[in-house]
Design a protein around this ligand. Structure first.
Ligand code: DQA
Length: 176
């Protein structure tokens, strides 16, 4: 498959299997709930992850979540995602948004389509947050909608994957 925006060749998903989405959280997002609530809200990372995996279960999709404070661990997880035939990534690169060529290269190298999410509106904050190493590669960017941004990104991924694979039609057939 070739991604719409970039023309890059995407890692192949396994046809017939349920949609597989990976949600990646970058550094310091393990502190959500207590970390600068005026920017990031009061939901904990567990709250967010639970809601996303539950939504995945409802939709018949596999939703995995992963948070790490180290760049290399996030890169390794993206490489693993390609080996696991992950169809779509939702990523909040957190502080690495503004610094990490290496994390960008991991997403470019695996060509798994992704949506970039930020809890806060990075464009209404300090100027060093206005630049992202990810946005031009992303299918889309959601910034400033709090935890709901992850949910909207996941909805997009689910809809996009059901339209693309025979999975959605299989579900419809079973329902009749
Ligand atoms: C963030 C915004 C980044 O600038 C910041 O470094 C974060 C979180 C957000 O979700 O709003 O850690 O990605």
């Amino acid at each position: 498959m070739t991604t719409k925006r970039t023309g890059r060749t995407a890692a192949k998903s396994v046809p017939g299997l349920r949609p597989h989405v990976l949600v990646l959280h970058g550094p310091n997002l393990n502190l959500l709930g207590s970390r600068e609530p005026k920017h990031y809200g009061l939901a904990t990372l567990d709250d967010i992850n639970r809601a996303l995996t539950a939504r995945g279960d409802d939709a018949g999709a596999q939703v995995e979540t992963f948070q790490h404070n180290h760049e290399g661990a996030l890169i390794d997880r993206i490489h693993q995602a390609a080996r696991d035939h992950v169809d779509f990534i939702v990523i909040n690169p957190a502080g690495y948004t503004h610094t990490s060529v290496a994390l960008r290269d991991a997403l470019a190298g695996t060509a798994i389509p992704f949506v970039e999410v930020h809890l806060s509106n990075i464009y209404s904050r300090e100027t060093f947050r206005h630049h992202s190493y990810f946005s031009d590669l992303a299918v889309g960017v959601i910034s400033g909608l709090g935890a709901q941004g992850y949910e909207l990104a996941l909805e997009y991924a689910l809809r996009h994957l059901q339209d693309r694979t025979p999975h959605g039609s299989q579900k419809t057939e079973k329902a009749h």
